[in-house]
Design a protein around this ligand. Structure first.
Ligand code: FAD
Length: 306
């Protein structure tokens, strides 16, 4: 109920204005590296001493073509910087197709594909990779089609699947082929019962079934969760299917369980941190609040002390 309310608020202009004007900087800073490329590069440099990184230039639900084009330009300059700074072997980028105009009424999917293609070209030029984030279930088919199209030229493009969706075991089977990079997460969006498991236990069981498919397949599973039980199961399955620590990644969000991240990296596991930066932090921030009641309590205390 609380999660649904917060996720609905993530799409409200009124709540957005109130939150952006509020004194929430310390909490936002926990989850977002900063507003500038310099801030993202500095954070990436620190993290890459023991972990890998995927950088997200924040943005979603773009409403006009100019915004989509500006985001492509931002990614291109980010990728150039990663190359110039010698970070491209440890840092890739993540993109959201809605930020590239996927939902624009005219030619949205084509515009998003062309934009993502330009980002892939810039990534290839510096020798790194791109992963396409997954948004709500209304976009799953379109996003997977775009990933397939991109993979014709850039076979290393990563896909994201969400265990909360009932369809995902089938998608895992489709995407577990040789070289296929697949990030498996639980799913951050409020989805209807008709397409999604609604209880945490069902989402977790689905996650394990999907992990088995990916770990026994021939791609690169990217296990995106902070859930210690699922991390342990992933490590166990990797061993069972004869994968070395180089043959899969554990992925976590910037600011979430940082001690677990460094601890796993110290044990020799490949840990990749999802590192967001930029001014469009509102939607991302609200999803992080929705994931954990303790974040909300902190948020409420800040609100009351205004
Ligand atoms: P949970 O059961 O939610 O959490 C397990 C434990 O982790 C919690 O008990 C808590 O200790 C800690 N924790 C989890 N979230 C938080 C938080 N916000 N603040 C503080 N502690 C927390 N979702 C998508 O829908 N599409 C994507 O493309 C996508 N990409 C992702 C990429 C990465 C690398 C990661 C790690 C997550 C991504 N997500 C994405 C979000 C994901 O779907 C979940 O919403 C999120 O990871 C929380 O689920 P969990 O697996 O950590 O398990």
């Amino acid at each position: 109920m609380l999660r649904s309310t917060l996720l609905a608020a993530a799409r409200s202009g009124v709540v957005r204005a109130a939150v952006e004007a509020g004194p929430f900087e310390p909490l936002v800073q926990r989850f977002v590296a900063g507003t500038t490329v310099d801030a993202a590069i500095a954070a990436a440099r620190t993290i890459t001493t023991d972990r890998l990184v995927t950088v997200d230039h924040l943005g979603e639900d773009t409403t006009d073509r100019a915004q989509a084009d500006a985001l492509v330009a931002a990614y291109r300059s980010l990728l150039r910087r990663l190359g110039d700074e010698g970070l491209a072997d440890r840092v890739e980028v993540s993109v959201k197709l809605s930020a590239f105009g996927q939902r624009l009424p005219r030619d949205g999917e084509k515009i998003a594909l062309d934009s993502a293609r330009q980002v892939c070209e810039a990534a290839a030029a510096v020798g790194t990779t791109v992963t396409v984030d997954m948004e709500d279930h209304t976009t799953t088919d379109a996003t997977l089609t775009t990933v397939r199209d991109l993979r014709l030229d850039f076979p290393w493009v990563g896909a994201v699947l969400q265990s909360q969706l009932r369809r995902t075991e089938g998608d895992c089977r489709d995407l577990a082929g040789p070289g296929s990079r697949v990030r498996l997460c639980k799913g951050a969006y409020d989805e209807p019962e008709s397409v999604a498991y609604r209880s945490a236990a069902e989402v977790d069981l689905s996650y394990v079934r999907c992990l088995k498919i990916l770990m026994s397949g021939r791609g690169l599973p990217m296990v995106a969760t902070h859930d210690p039980r699922l991390v342990a199961i992933a490590r166990h399955l990797a061993q069972r299917y004869g994968r070395s620590v180089r043959d899969y990644e554990l992925q976590m969000l910037y600011g979430v369980r940082p001690n677990a991240q460094t601890d796993l990296a110290a044990r020799g596991l490949q840990v990749r941190v999802y590192l967001p930066y930029g001014t469009e932090w509102f939607g991302y921030f609200m999803r992080r609040l929705a994931e954990r009641p303790a974040n909300l309590a902190f948020f409420a205390r800040s609100l009351m002390s205004r």
